[in-house]
Design a protein around this ligand. Sequence first.
Ligand SMILES: [Zn+2]
Length: 451
Amino acid sequence: MRFSRILPAALACALLPLMASAQDTTVLRGARLIDGSANAPLDNAVLVIRDGRIAAVGAAESVDVPADATVIDYRGKTLMPGLISTHSHVGIASGLEVGPEQHTRENILRQLRQYTAYGVTTVTALGLNGAVFYDVRAAVHSGREPGADLFGADRGIGVPDGAPPASALPLGPDQVYRTQNVAAAREAIREMAARKTDLVKLWLDGFGGTAPKLDPDVYRAAIEEAHAQGLRVAVHIHDLDDAKAVVRAGADIIAHGVRDRPVDEEFIALLKQNDVWYVPTLALDEATFVYAEQPAWMQTEFFANAVHPEVRARMADPEWQRTTLEDPRAAAARRALATNQRNLKTLHEAGVKIAFGTDSGANPFRIPGVAEHRELALMVEAGLTPLEAIRIATANSAALLELEDRGRLAPGLSADLVVLDGDPTADIAASTRIVGVWHRGRPVERERFGH
Ligand SMILES: [Zn+2]
């Protein structure tokens, strides 16, 4: 018989990979626990991990600690569920390079390891996925490769000479469909269904009248065909009228916030009557200007470790900072962010289902892991409480993905959790003070990503 081994938090992540075997029981005790539901945080919690899952969780006096367990003391820390992104992209960028040559197994796996190191344990690549996606998805589903679990929306359907914009986002021929033809759209949906995509993605955005938009007959047919194939549809929108139109056509997920004007009662009623998910992606517009402003949080180890040296050098270049801030796109992004935040607050208060996404990975400045913690901060800035923001990023997003095995710290669920130094309910910035991440009951190795 073995005796309990008690490890201080500082040693746990260094030693545990060497000690733990799959059959071991690990107990995390002493921390404040945010379970991802509407429950208030629990102080001095005990969480028991066995076989990658949460075996028990509760107050110290109510949970038995198995005699042979490895016990980790997390007093003064906070536990929360691993974050779940319902809108990211993988294998699009590496450093400042963007293009189909970045769409490799190696680059995608590296990004998925970066996500887990930053506490994002499940990632949805919402379109722009080539054939390599399915190989990587199988590898991380099975645990053969480390990194965030991966779901996705195959290629998705955009428009010839329209969204997603080929100039900003060069893609390989197997990464996106572009059509304005009903029959071709239906065929694309059937091809994606045959490859066992998790979701379907459509783009509906005319970029302020500068590009052709997906034809209504095409998106209606695509949504109808997807539903016939048992697939749900997420739609990229920017404007309120487009968002209403796709909800009327049967869209299941609005994949960005409405950013042209305030939402109205009609939109709220449409979302609620049709049980549609709404994913604001606030961090997307912030990333257009914030790095040129050099906010204090860019000086943290948390940030530096996530950023490729080429990107860091670009951000530090005064000429780049000046031109970025003078570019009319910076002012437009500020307005879009403010509108998106106001709309989030309105829709959340109205009881619309909100999930978590950032569009991280879609360009070099939408940094995997960093974007998700910016999104939490921006949701709180919009007027949500930290607990509401965390719930959206965990339990709600698991519900969007119809994943019943994760998203909360509750018995039977996957032991995906983040250990924080400090309390994000008091200050959401504590979400970035990560002292450890557990994925499927194992501590995640905290490698350096920024080189
Ligand atoms: Zn996207």
